[in-house]
Design a protein around this ligand. Structure first.
Ligand SMILES: NC(=O)c1ccc[n+]([C@@H]2O[C@H](COP(=O)([O-])OP(=O)(O)OC[C@H]3O[C@@H](n4cnc5c(N)ncnc54)[C@H](O)[C@@H]3O)[C@@H](O)[C@H]2O)c1
Length: 365
C-alpha cells in the first residue's frame, strides 16, 4: 500500500450528503454520536439495533429517531437483518452493534459470542446479497489483540487473542471479517464485486451520553449522584483513553476511502490516542473529579475478574496510510465530558445541541 498518497484525511461533509448509510448499533453510546454526526452532514441513515439498553439514553434524549429510519431488530435475526439491509440498498455499512462489556461477558458468554461473532457473520453475509454496498467498516476493539501485558503498543499485524469472552469474541469478529474478505470480497477481485471491507480497532472510548454499567466514566458520574463512596477497581490498569469523536472520525475517514478507492484500504486499522494519553484508571478518575470540581472520596476495591493491566495501540498505520491522527488529548476529552454533563444536568432536552456543538468544535479543531 502506498503511504498516504491520495487518501481523504479529513471527514468530508459533502461526501456524506445524501449517502445511504446503514449503521448497526445506532441506539448505543457511540452509535448515537455517529447518528447525529451523519444526520448533520445530510446522510440518509438507517439504523439497526436493539432498543436503547439504558434509561436515560443519548438516542432518546437527542431525539435521533426524527432524522433517520430506526429499525429495532436483533443482529442475531439473520432474516430480518438481511431483509432490512437489502431493502434499504445502502452504499456504506458501519457495523457497531455488539455486546460490548467485559464484565457482562463473563456472566453471559453465549449471548456475547452470538451477538458479536454470529452478528458479524449475519451482517457480512447480508452484504453478499446487497449489490448496492461499496464499503463496510466493522468496528471491533483494542481488546482483540492477544494481550502480552507488555509496555509496547499493539500493531495491526500482531496476534489476535482475547482473555475474556468479550475480547475474544471481537478477535473472532476480526477473523470472520478476514474470512469474508478473502472468500467473497477479495481485494484482487475488487473490479468484480466492488466491495471494500475494513475493520477498525479503537481504544477506551469516553464522552458524554454513556450510561453503561461497569465502565469507568459512567460509574464515576453515577457515584457523584449518590452518597456512597466512589469505588474503583484496578486503579493501576492502563488504557488508551480517547474521546468518542476520535474513533468515529477514524471510521468515517476509513469509510470514505474504502468507498472512493476500494481495495487499497481493505485492511485493519487501529484508531487510538497518542502515547501520552495512555493513562491509568486512577489518573482518569482524579482528573475527571477535578474537572467536575468534586472532592468525592475514592475507594479502591479488589477486582474479582481478570482484566488486562496494560493496553495501548500503535496508530502509525492510520496516520501514514489514511492521514488520520488524534485531535483531542485525554485532558480535553475529560473537560468535554464535564461540559456535556453540566449541560445535561441543566437541560436534558437540549442535549442534542450540546452534542452537535462538540461535534462542530471537533471538526474545526
Ligand atoms: N465504548 C468503548 O469503549 C468501545 C471501545 C472499543 C470498541 N467499542 C465497540 O464499539 C461498538 C459500540 O459500542 P458502545 O460503547 O456504543 O456500546 P453500547 O452498548 O452503548 O451500544 C451497543 C449497540 O449495539 C446494539 N446491540 C447490542 N446487542 C444487539 C443485538 N443482539 N442485536 C442488535 N443490536 C444489538 C445495542 O442496541 C446498541 O445500539 C461496539 O462494537 C463495541 O464493541 C467500544
Amino acid at each position: 500500500m502506498e503511504i498516504g498518497e491520495g487518501a481523504m484525511a479529513e471527514v468530508v461533509s459533502s461526501f456524506w450528503k445524501n449517502k445511504k448509510v446503514f449503521l448497526t448499533g445506532h441506539t448505543g453510546f457511540k452509535g448515537s454520536w455517529l447518528s447525529l454526526w451523519l444526520q448533520n452532514m445530510g446522510a440518509e441513515l438507517t439504523g439497526y439495533a436493539l432498543a436503547p439498553a439504558t434509561n436515560p439514553s443519548l438516542f432518546a434524549d437527542a431525539k435521533l429517531e426524527k432524522n433517520m429510519k430506526s429499525v429495532i431488530g436483533d443482529i442475531r435475526n439473520y432474516d430480518l437483518l438481511k431483509k432490512t439491509l437489502t431493502e434499504f440498498k445502502p452504499e456504506i455499512v458501519i457495523h457497531m452493534a455488539a455486546q460490548p462489556l467485559v464484565r457482562y461477558s463473563y456472566q453471559n458468554p453465549i449471548e456475547t459470542y452470538a451477538t458479536n461473532v454470529m452478528g458479524t457473520v449475519h451482517l457480512l453475509d447480508s452484504v453478499r446479497f446487497s449489490p448496492s454496498v461499496r464499503a463496510v467498516v466493522n468496528v471491533t476493539t483494542d481488546k482483540c489483540y492477544e494481550n502480552k501485558e507488555w509496555i509496547w503498543p499493539y500493531r495491526e499485524n500482531e496476534s489476535l487473542g482475547g482473555y475474556d469472552p468479550y475480547s475474544n469474541s471481537k478477535a473472532c469478529s476480526e477473523l470472520v471479517t478476514s474470512a469474508y474478505r478473502q472468500s467473497y470480497f477479495h481485494p484482487e477481485k475488487y473490479s468484480e464485486h466492488q466491495v471494500a471491507i475494513a475493520s477498525a480497532r479503537a481504544g477506551n472510548v469516553i464522552g458524554g451520553g454513556d450510561w453503561s454499567t461497569d465502565r469507568l466514566i459512567p460509574d464515576i458520574l453515577r457515584a457523584l449522584k449518590s452518597s456512597a463512596n466512589l469505588q474503583i477497581r484496578n486503579p493501576r490498569a492502563i488504557r488508551p483513553w480517547q474521546h468518542v469523536l476520535e474513533p468515529l472520525s477514524g471510521y468515517l475517514i476509513l469509510a470514505q476511502n474504502l468507498h472512493q478507492q476500494g481495495a487499497r484500504f481493505s485492511e485493519a486499522f487501529n484508531f487510538g490516542p497518542a502515547q501520552e494519553d495512555v493513562k491509568d484508571v486512577e489518573w482518569i478518575t482524579k482528573k475527571l473529579l477535578s474537572e467536575l470540581g468534586s472532592s468525592k472520596k475514592i475507594e479502591i476495591v479488589k477486582s474479582d475478574l481478570h482484566e488486562a493491566q496494560y493496553l495501548s495501540l500503535d496508530c502509525a498505520k492510520a496516520q501514514a496510510v489514511l492521514g488520520w491522527k488524534p485531535k483531542w488529548n485525554v485532558g480535553l476529552a475529560l473537560s468535554k465530558i464535564a461540559e456535556w454533563n453540566r449541560a445535561y444536568d441543566e437541560n436534558p432536552v437540549g442535549i442534542d445541541k450540546m452534542t452537535l456543538k462538540q461535534i462542530e468544535e471537533y471538526i474545526r479543531n
